[in-house]
Design a protein around this ligand. Structure first.
Ligand code: NAD
Length: 357
């Protein structure tokens, strides 16, 4: 099969980590008989330098013409003093909107070989953990009506959590598509004991799943309990579906359980198959250009693209197994280095993973 991938390298370590992911995708293409065509477009600080805009028109057009998009990271000291609407990060918000993406999928994966990096007790995580949080990204309280006024008790303010059945159904579909490719289990997180919007969330998720994905088992967990369970027994979860605000908080909590930011990927998806795949970390300007960045988060983002945008489940697994092998062989980048292991740079780590594919 043939796929056109738009690559937005961005700033800082972006070009190094994207180069690593491309090398691994090329190895997958060679092994499984696929052709990946890569076209690079500017975003973030480098786009400001080149075109005066963190998201030039040619980048939007290129992304919309592609089968999917791989992003490095944006930002850096050089652009820190720019006005807010001209900053590199604006490019990210705008590309998500331009591509119609309304979900954020963040797997918090703790590899067995790195279990000691977790701040949790070793016994809790020794077999590895993978919590895939599917967060609604464009609705809820962050986008609802808000305001300030003055009443008899003085000044007050409000924000509104508002979800429509349509918004809940479309994010549920994304979580279900992942759950059917994995353990066919879905945990839906809400606060239905208090919030009306959560009661609608809960009934909609159940009705939608029963009608469209009867093979999936759905369990409801209240958000306060979920926050406790993530640190008490993280290995019990697989795919977790939740709203914008709860997902914002829980995905950061789950990421902490893994203990290594250089290993975590994420995707943003919308109605079609095209998505935006990226590491969760930033552009790490402190280590840019030194060949020390960990490319694994971006390589995993590329693997998610194969599975979730192109339906290449076997190829996704091949990358995961290759990463596992390299970690089991004791190779580490500086950020995940432990005593007795062998240190590798960004380029070497990517090359070894590509070879194991
Ligand atoms: P950061 O994630 O870039 O870095 C935090 C720390 O983690 C640094 O010490 C860095 O060296 C390290 N680190 C990050 N990724 C690593 C990797 N792959 N391998 C090894 N070490 C890694 O966060 P920050 O320092 O707060 O932000 C730096 C810049 O990135 C800022 O301009 C910020 O706005 C931007 N940023 C961009 C994104 C994005 O593009 N999605 C996300 C967060 C921050």
């Amino acid at each position: 099969m043939k796929f056109n991938i738009a690559v937005l390298d961005g700033d800082g370590i972006g070009p190094e980590i994207c180069a690593g992911a491309i090398q691994v995708l090329e190895a997958v293409g060679k092994k499984y008989g696929h052709t990946f065509n890569f076209k690079h477009y500017p975003i973030g600080g480098c786009a400001i330098d080149e075109c005066g805009d963190p998201l030039p028109e040619k980048t939007v057009t290129g992304c919309l013409a592609s089968d999917s998009v791989l992003l490095g990271a944006v930002g850096g000291y050089k652009w820190d003093d720019m006005p807010v609407d001209k900053r590199p990060e604006k490019g990210l918000l705008r590309i998500r909107r331009a591509m119609g993406l309304y979900s954020n999928v963040r797997p918090a994966k703790l590899w067995k070989a790195l279990a000691k990096a977790s701040p949790l007790k070793y016994e809790l995580v020794k077999d590895g953990v993978e919590i895939i949080i599917v967060r609604e990204l464009t609705g809820g309280i962050y986008f609802g009506d808000r305001g300030r006024d003055t009443g008899p008790d003085g000044e007050y303010a409000w924000d509104t959590e508002r979800y429509s059945v349509k918004e809940i159904e479309r994010i549920t579909r994304i979580a279900c598509e992942l759950a059917v490719k994995r353990g066919k289990k879905l945990v839906s997180v809400d606060k239905a004991n208090v919030l009306e919007s959560s009661r609608l969330w809960r009934s909609t998720v159940h009705e939608y799943c029963a009608k469209n994905y009867p093979q999936i088992t759905v369990e409801d967990v209240l958000v306060d309990n979920m926050a406790m369970q993530i640190v008490k027994n993280p290995a019990q979860f697989d795919v977790v579906l939740t709203s914008n605000m709860f997902g914002d908080i829980l995905s950061d909590e789950a990421a902490q359980v893994t203990g290594s930011i250089g290993m975590l990927a994420s995707s943003s998806l919308g109605d079609g198959r095209r998505g935006l795949y990226e590491p969760i970390h930033g552009s790490a300007p402190d280590i840019a250009g030194k060949d020390v960045a960990n490319p694994i988060a971006t390589i995993l983002a590329a693997a998610m693209m194969l599975r979730d945008s192109f339906g290449l489940v076997r190829e996704y697994a091949a990358i995961e197994i290759a990463i596992q092998k390299v970690l089991d062989e004791g190779v580490r980048t500086a950020d995940i280095m432990e005593r007795g292991k062998r240190l590798a740079g960004c380029r070497e780590m990517a090359r070894l993973i590509a070879e194991r594919v």
